[in-house]
Design a protein around this ligand. Structure first.
Ligand code: URA
Length: 284
């Protein structure tokens, strides 16, 4: 037995552990500790007291020509160190809005999610809010952040083609994300960011009042249905979802961005879209 046999066994054991823990795809070459990213104080040597959650956000001043921009240290970023409070605040505020327009305005003024401060635009929704079908993705990417609408880039084009294949388009579906601001560098939103934004997507679902939800990808599926299963296990399944006093269904499927990286998996997504068509036709 050699040292390299040992390290190979260790690597296989580590891989088995991750598979058993539900990790079913790799996003990056190196791991990131998201918890330390959001919890690290701005200046570890001299931590400044955190403002209260309800305090007004300091304005971000535009730098003058030739001046080095000051690092954006905002209420939103310090709120990230206390995501539970920010999520509670989000929940209390989301309850008070009574239309999708009010919800969008509320989000535009909400400073409790740190992603707002690195994003260019709020990405609220696209498509038909009166549609009975609602697609929910993960978070905006660069194109969506620039344009201010969800699923505008390559994944959006693929989503449009998948919808067209079963006779749908953005006049017959409403499209949004669990997180309405782009995470920097297109990283996944952290669990804290998802938790802060969750009351808003839940209220958005209540106000749009669809008959059927399609969760695109694992973060959306887990946030909406509560399952901890990885997407390859969850896909193709209907999960119950309560909207007010109605129980509707949420169908999990693969995210178009994943399909762009793994085109062979489109056959699985195609199966799910046929299930979706059957559900819309009242056949399943
Ligand atoms: N991926 C998403 O999950 N949502 C978008 O809006 C774009 C890409």
């Amino acid at each position: 037995m050699t040292a390299s046999d040992d390290s190979q066994r260790d690597l296989i054991a580590a891989l088995d552990f991750h598979v058993a823990a539900g990790v079913d795809l790799m996003l990056d070459e190196h791991p990131h500790d998201r918890f330390s990213e959001v919890e690290a104080p701005a200046h570890p040597a001299a931590p400044t007291p955190e403002p209260e959650i309800a305090a007004p956000p300091p304005r971000r001043e535009l730098p003058q020509r030739g001046e080095t921009p000051a690092p954006a240290r905002t209420y939103g970023q310090s709120a990230a160190a206390r995501p539970g409070e920010a999520a509670g605040d989000a929940r209390a505020r989301a309850k008070d809005v009574n239309s999708l327009e009010e919800l969008e305005a509320l989000l535009a003024g909400f400073d409790g999610c740190p992603l707002k401060f690195t994003a260019k635009n709020l990405v609220f929704a696209d498509g038909n809010p009166a549609a009975k079908l609602m697609f929910i993705g993960e978070a905006p990417g660069a194109d969506e952040d620039r344009i201010g609408k969800p699923f505008m880039g390559r994944s959006g084009k693929l989503l449009d083609r998948m919808m067209a294949a079963i006779g749908l388009d953005r006049t017959t579906a409403y499209v949004t994300n669990i997180v309405p601001w782009r995470p920097p560098g297109n990283r996944n939103p952290t669990p804290q960011e998802v938790a802060i934004c969750k009351p808003f997507i839940e209220r958005q679902i209540e106000l749009a009042d669809p008959d059927l939800i399609v969760c695109l990808g694992s973060p959306s599926t887990q946030a909406i249905t509560g399952t901890r299963d990885g997407i390859l296990k969850a896909r193709g399944r209907f999960y119950p979802y309560r909207v007010g006093d109605r129980e509707i269904r949420a169908l999990a499927t693969l995210h178009p961005a994943y399909l762009l990286r793994q085109p062979l998996q489109k056959r699985l997504a195609w199966r799910d879209f046929r299930t979706l068509r059957a559900a819309l036709d009242g056949k399943v």
